[in-house]
Every structure is written in C-alpha cells, then in structure tokens.
Design a protein. Structure first.
Length: 259
C-alpha cells in the first residue's frame, strides 16, 4: 500500500484523544484513522516517565504493525514523557505531539492571567517549565492538576452534572476568576468539559485548547510530504481500539466521537 493510502494513528492514555480525533476528522474527513485508547492503564498523569514511555512504545509498535503514515500523540502527558524517544525510534515516521496551548492563550499580549489545567505529570515536567519560562516574565501563570476530570471521562460520567460541577468547582476555587483572562485546557480529556466550564466561569474568560492547532499541524506535515489525501466526497473510516478491549469502552469512544 502506498503511504498516501495508509491511515493516521492517533493515541491517548484513554478517551481524551477522541477530542483531537474529532478535530482531525473535521479538517481531513477523507483520511482513515486508527484510534488507540490505553484506558486499562489510564490515568497517565500520575504514572512515572518510564511507565508511560513503555506503554507509548508498544502503542507505536502496534501502529507500525498496522501500517500507519503518521502518528498523533493526542495526549499532553505522553508527549512530555516520550515524544523525543519515539521520534528517535521511528525517524521516518511523522510524529506530532501536543503541549498545553499557553502560547495561543497569551497570544503576544502582556500582563495576562492564565490558568493552565493539565495533569500532574505534564505540569511538573521540564518541558512545561521551559514553555512557562517563555511567558511568565510578563504574565501571571497558574497551574492546576485535575485528576478527577480524567476519571469522569473514563467512567463515562460526563453527563453526571453534580459530579462534574463539584470537580470543576474544586479545581477553580483557589483562583480569582474576576482577574483571569484565559484558561488553558492542557489535557485532551478536559476539552469535553468546555460547555460545563463555560457555564461556571461566564463569558469573559477565553477557553483555549490545542486541538485545532494540532490538526492543522498534522495536515501541513502530510502535505509537505505529499501524503495527504486529496479532499473528496468519500469519507474515510475510523477504527477504534482500546487496551480495555471491552464493548462498553468502544461504545463510549464512538459516542464521544459523535458527541
Ligand atoms: N489526556 C491526557 C493528556 O492530554 C492525559 C490524561 C491522563 O491519563 O492522565 O494529558
């Protein structure tokens, strides 16, 4: 099979990366996608770098065995843990990672107050320290880990208003929302909470995520390499795999994709 005909592999610690897959599909519906959720090992955010790297290596090996033309690490945590290592292992494969969208949140402005919601792992890694150091001289940046927001998505409890609102309130409580300019959704699971967050914080705070930017980046990379399928009326297929290998998690994945 020639590269252009191959699928794009997208993975995450679980179901969060489906929010990225949605964006990819809406930008490039003509492509085929393989999605791998590692729900049996989620959350990644509280694991060690070695543990996360081991899982990501085997997911990439699975993608290679299926013959993909590119890999999207639809997970900020996995990207901080091992994007470099995966690129070294597969030098010919385009691998796109993600980082909390702090740059678009600040957007060249000064004296911004930005709250970054991400996993514990992402926020304590050197990669994030480096990203912060580019912006924290001129701006005030707060960081908040939110493990319950990962658990609720994985448990299929996004519609459980009471649990969702109590978790969101707990994580926002320490901050003065009157002064906040933007909130960065620095974990792909959190993108599913946009509307609930909007209801809690009102209209004056921007909610920023990196999903659309990541999808555009993937498209550019495929175009540069001449392996992006031409837009057509034919819609590509999406195959979903999950390390839990249970019908319920595959069903939940489909529901999130169509949400
Ligand atoms: N969705 C992941 C991210 O973007 C991580 C969630 C987790 O497994 O802790 O960081």
């Amino acid at each position: 099979m020639s590269s252009i005909d191959k699928a794009i592999g997208v993975f995450d610690s679980g179901l969060g990366g489906i929010s990225v897959l949605k964006e990819l599909r809406s930008l490039m519906p003509q492509e085929d996608y393989l999605y791998y959720g590692d729900s049996s090992f989620a959350p990644y955010g509280v694991k060690t770098k070695e543990e996360i790297t081991k899982r990501c290596r085997s997911i990439c090996a699975f993608f290679i065995s299926q013959g993909v033309k590119a890999v999207v690490i639809a997970c900020n945590t996995a990207t901080s843990a091992c994007v470099k290592e995966l690129r070294t292992l597969y030098p010919d494969l385009p691998i796109v990672g993600m980082e909390p969208a702090l740059k678009p949140a600040v957007n060249g402005r000064h004296q911004q107050h930005v709250l970054v919601l991400a996993t514990q792992f992402t926020l304590k890694e050197k990669k994030f320290e480096q990203l912060m150091s580019r912006f924290d001289e001129d701006n005030t940046i707060y960081r908040q880990p939110c493990p319950k927001l990962v658990e609720l998505v994985e448990a299929g409890r996004l519609e459980d208003e009471a649990a969702v609102n109590s978790a969101l309130r707990e994580y926002l409580k320490p901050y003065d929302m009157e002064r906040m300019d933007s909130i960065v959704l620095g974990c792909t699971h959190f993108v599913f909470y946009r509307s609930q967050l909007r209801n809690l914080i009102g209209d004056h705070i921007a909610l920023v995520d990196g999903n659309a930017g990541t999808a555009r980046h993937v498209q550019e990379l495929l175009q540069e390499r001449g392996i992006c399928r031409k837009p057509s009326s034919a819609v590509g297929e999406v195959r979903i795999y999950n390390s839990l290998n249970k019908e319920a998690i595959l069903k939940l994945s489909r529901e999130l994709l169509e949400r």
